[in-house]
Write a protein that binds this ligand. Structure first.
Ligand code: ATP
Length: 437
């Protein structure tokens, strides 16, 4: 069971072990932007793969990869140009900036303690603007998308018609989103550039309650399948506090070391977005329901939206375990599920002797056709095991002198630390069995 108490312990491990670095670190960093290092990018790719498989390897969902830059009218239609803002206040004393909806603006400033020091709240639009083409004028303004969803809405008919889909069906996408957040922070919890994994499920109007039940269950199970402890997950029902486009909304929250907070949103968006795009584009975006007398209507949408980085942060928090804290045999282990672990197998010859290395390298070249492996010859075996524990490698394989006699290796399990003697010829089967892919 994870026992991470302080986010700083995780931030430092992530840096030390090559998971996550501050962006542009040599220049002093850039506010709330982070770079995934060699282990971080493996972990992130594994998260994306697990989502992609769960969401699109099914009959009723197709994937897309839409462009980040979209026609500017998309953002007028979606309401982002007019409404995608947060209320901002500044402390006149210490110049700190806050989201007015996240603090009590009648209380003293939480940074410097000054009383009555806040400015009036001002609405601050969160979209990043840039220009397209050689001339910078108002006509060339485009936006970095603040969510991936709109790339799906505008492709509804393209996907429906090319793939001959019938309602209900979904379109899924993984991609970058950008928000000029007023108060980013808490490591990768809230950043200005992040990745979303979103699915819009297009349904017949009136069936949204059933679709909500179905996807709530599927999405909850996905977080469990990735190893998050169920007692650190809970539902938050938006109840009456719904966004203007929604008729029901639930969040899955995770208990981070900073407290409970949103990880995924599951929203019933009605036909708000489709109706707006039909209105602003002047195009007919109706679905023709052949199973209901060729009736034409705009589909309703049930959306699931999870931040890849935020889920990854929950996985790191959940996996971080210190055993025998403060004692001589203290060990830090990242207890990832095998399918998420950045390195699946570490291969270690007991000594640097050429005859052991030759066998170990043969094992490596065979296994790395399927798995991301690491080859480690530095330090005692005990130290090498600890290093792999700290990055969450599920299995370590040691090649020793007996291997030369019996063509077997020692396989050590990260969690139980139990060791099995396994024939090299049986390794693939053994590993597959352990990983339960
Ligand atoms: P908040 O109210 O916290 O700003 P939101 O409700 O606007 O967030 P959504 O628009 O529903 O968030 O985004 C869906 C998901 O995308 C969130 O559950 C979260 O996992 C992720 N996400 C949103 N904003 C950020 C961000 N700035 N950094 C990292 N992930 C984010």
């Amino acid at each position: 069971m994870s026992n991470l108490e302080n986010m700083n312990d995780l931030v430092s491990l992530c840096k030390r072990k090559g998971f996550i670095f501050q962006s542009s670190e040599v220049y002093g960093g850039l506010g709330s932007c982070w770079d995934y290092g060699p282990l971080g990018v493996e972990l992130k790719n594994n998260v994306k793969e697990s989502w992609w498989k769960a969401m699109t390897y099914r009959e009723d969902v197709e994937g897309v990869d839409a462009s980040i830059l979209m026609h500017p009218t998309v953002w007028k239609a979606s309401g982002h140009i007019d409404n995608f803002s947060d209320p901002l206040v500044d402390c006149k004393e210490c110049k700190s900036r806050f989201r007015a909806d996240k603090i009590d603006i009648n209380a003293p400033c939480e940074k410097c303690g000054a009383k009555d020091s806040f400015t009036e709240p001002r609405e601050f639009n969160l979209m990043f603007k840039t220009t397209m083409g050689p001339v910078e004028d108002s006509g060339s303004t485009v936006y970095l998308r603040p969510e991936t969803a709109q790339g799906i809405f505008v492709n509804f008919l393209n996907v429906q018609q090319t793939m001959r889909k019938k309602l209900p069906f979904g379109i899924a996408q993984i991609g970058k989103a950008f928000r000029n957040e007023i108060t980013p922070g808490n490591f990768i919890f809230r950043t200005r550039e992040f990745e979303q994994m979103e699915m819009q499920y297009f349904i017949k109007p009136g069936t949204q309650a059933d679709a909500m039940e179905k996807w709530k269950e599927i999405r909850w199970q996905w977080h469990l399948d990735n190893g998050l402890d169920e007692d650190k997950l809970r539902w938050h029902d938006h109840g009456e506090e719904l966004a203007h486009y929604a008729d029901a909304a639930f969040d899955i929250e995770y208990k981070f070391p900073i407290g409970w907070d949103e990880m995924e949103g599951i929203h019933s968006r009605t036909d708000f977005d489709m109706a707006k795009h039909a209105e602003f584009s002047g195009k007919n975006l109706n679905y023709v329901d052949q199973e209901d007398g060729a009736k034409k209507y705009l589909p309703y949408v049930l959306e699931t939206s999870v931040g890849c980085d935020r889920h990854l942060l929950a996985l790191l928090c959940n996996a971080y375990t210190v055993e025998n804290k403060g004692q001589k045999d203290e060990r830090v282990v990242l207890k990832f599920k095998p399918h998420l672990a950045p390195i699946k197998v570490a291969i270690m010859p007991l000594m640097k002797k050429p005859e052991l290395q030759e066998v170990a390298r043969n094992v490596l070249s065979d296994l790395q056709k399927k798995y991301k492996c690491e080859y480690d010859i530095a330090g005692s075996i005990g130290k090498r095991y600890r290093r792999q524990d700290e990055i969450g490698t599920p299995l370590c394989i040691t090649v020793d002198y007996d291997t030369l006699e019996d063509q077997s290796v020692t396989v050590r399990d990260r969690d139980t630390m139990a060791q099995d003697r396994v024939k090299i010829a049986d390794l693939n089967k053994y590993i597959l069995n352990k990983f339960e892919f």
